[in-house]
Design a protein around this ligand. Structure first.
Ligand code: SF4
Length: 342
């Protein structure tokens, strides 16, 4: 295989031993997470609640465990079951989601909950194939829920797992081209028994030991098998094709389905069109925000809107119903800038 140093017998040894070593480590070092059934409880026969596993996986897409914790607690206190969430008011769910970003996920969350209630009697299907048909559930989330909640031998490959596998097999092909190879290697490692614990163990190892910078190989259960460690390459893997600079966009936009301010589309040049006729004044300063694929610079304009004024898009909220905490992060930055003036 081009770009990989772990060949022949070394690779065979990794494939043969890695899962057992990782599971043994996971039994002792598993992170305690609010949606997780730990290895001891799992061994005693307790199963994770698929609703909580699915909710956590959707929240964790593009977001860190630390950032998700509070949101997960609030969601599950407010909507403790799938049925509760499916019956929730859309606006309340969107408001509770505010700050997590990627708002299509929140809309899909509701759509998925309702499909599972309507078509599956409120019980998530147990296979990755069926899960992947649900709204907002891509191949990764389907595999993660199938493995963790139903113990299916699915291969779960997130960024942490890619890093561990790239190092374990010393795959030097840069990402993203290396993805199929890393997935194939991860599949070779996935055990038939305890696939869910194995997936969670790989995620934990990547998050706590085999970290992007300065992996603590001395604490790693896979150190004796690791080709990158042996070759002195650990910190340089996985390699990546350098990222193109993110395009810069200007404007005053709305995030679909979220509470926000009236504005123009986000374009690549600063050409805002006012959402209603009024005496607009541009505030000093601007709001800066970085999304995954672009950086945004917002000019903020303010005006007094007379009684009966209607924006071209969206609706105005009566002042007593407005809570700044309901705004998503970007819109909150706009509010904070404007608030300094009033
Ligand atoms: Fe990662 Fe080091 Fe363990 Fe290899 S030995 S898997 S580089 S922590």
């Amino acid at each position: 295989m081009p770009g990989a140093r772990a060949a022949g017998g070394a690779r065979g040894a990794i494939v043969q031993d890695a899962a057992a070593r990782l599971l043994e480590w996971y039994d002792r070092h598993a992170r305690v997470l609010p949606w997780r059934v730990g290895p001891a409880a799992r061994a005693a026969g307790m199963w994770p609640d698929p609703y909580r596993v699915w909710l956590s996986e959707v929240m964790l897409q593009q977001t860190t465990v630390a950032a998700v914790g509070g949101y997960f607690e609030r969601f599950t206190v407010r909507w403790p079951t799938l049925a509760n969430l499916a019956a929730a008011d859309d606006a309340e769910v969107m408001a509770e989601w505010a700050g997590l970003g990627y708002y299509a996920r929140a809309r899909n969350l509701l759509a998925c909950a309702r499909v599972v209630m309507a078509e599956y009697g409120g019980r998530f299907p147990g296979t990755a194939e069926a899960l992947a048909q649900l709204p907002g559930v891509g191949p990764y989330t389907a595999a993660a829920v199938a493995a963790i909640a139903f113990d299916r031998p699915e291969t779960v490959v997130d960024g942490n797992v890619e890093r561990v596998v790239a190092r374990l097999f010393a795959v030097e092909t840069p990402l993203p081209a290396a993805k199929p190879v890393l997935r194939a290697r991860a599949a070779e490692l996935t055990p038939v028994r305890r696939a869910g614990d194995f997936a969670q163990g790989m995620m934990d190892l990547g998050a706590t030991v085999c970290t992007p910078r300065r992996p603590t190989c001395g604490l790693c259960p896979l150190a004796g098998l690791c080709a990158a460690r042996r070759a002195g390459l650990a910190e340089t893997l996985p390699r990546r094709v350098p990222k193109a600079a993110k395009p810069l966009r200007f404007g005053q936009g709305l995030l679909g389905g979220m509470l926000g301010w009236p504005g123009s589309d986000w374009g690549e040049s600063p050409a805002p069109a006012p959402p209603l006729a009024a005496d607009w004044r541009r505030l000093a300063g601007e709001v800066r925000h970085t999304f995954t694929h672009f950086r945004l610079r917002l000019a903020v304009h303010v005006a007094e809107a007379g009684p009966g004024a209607r924006p071209a898009r969206g609706v105005f909220l009566p002042a007593p119903e407005f809570r700044p905490g309901d705004l998503p992060t970007l819109m909150r930055k706009v509010f904070d800038l404007a608030h300094k003036e009033f």
